[in-house]
Design a protein around this ligand. Structure first.
Ligand SMILES: Nc1ncnc2c1ncn2[C@@H]1O[C@H](COP(=O)(O)OP(=O)(O)OP(=O)(O)O)[C@@H](O)[C@H]1O
Length: 135
């Protein structure tokens, strides 16, 4: 009878290397998306504007939390949408109603998150900008 395999304990250094490699793959994914997706450049520009406005308005800590979550969620939705598009293109390069639905739903997720982020932005920046403009 074959000896049962005793799992060898993971070496801390190889664990760390694997974690570092995973971060590398993740950054590579973000970078690849930035190079191919125009929408992400729009999100990047919007992020810079929102952070600048936040600094200008002197947001409170909880407001920064809301802004960071909103901005991060939009980026996250767009990246997941990009991943879904890539997989759909891979498995269904030809027209298929389900492929179309998958892409439409993924795009819908981005739209929903962008509208929610817009609401957060209006609630946080709206009153300040109104006051600033003297309305
Ligand atoms: N293989 C397919 N089968 C059926 N419909 C598709 C297919 N590929 C795309 N579509 C339809 O065309 C729409 C646009 O697809 P496309 O791949 O151009 O995405 P997009 O939203 O324009 O993304 P991007 O601008 O990031 O490339 C989809 O939302 C879907 O309705």
């Amino acid at each position: 009878m074959a000896e049962p395999q005793v799992p060898t304990p993971r070496q801390p250094s190889s664990l760390l290397r694997r974690r570092a490699a995973s971060f590398g793959y993740a950054f590579r994914g973000v970078w690849a998306s930035l190079r191919t997706e125009v929408h992400l450049w729009f999100h990047a520009a919007a992020t810079v504007v929102v952070v600048g406005l936040g600094l200008y308005c002197g947001l409170a800590r909880w407001e920064w939390v809301a802004v960071a979550l909103a901005v991060g969620a939009v980026w996250c939705a767009e990246l997941v949408n990009t991943a879904i598009e890539a997989v759909v293109n891979l498995v269904s390069p030809e027209y298929h109603p389900l492929a179309g639905r998958a892409k439409d739903v993924a795009a819908g997720a981005v739209l929903v998150m962008a509208l929610a982020a817009l609401a957060v932005g209006l609630l946080i920046f709206g009153p300040r900008l109104w006051a600033e403009l003297g309305w």
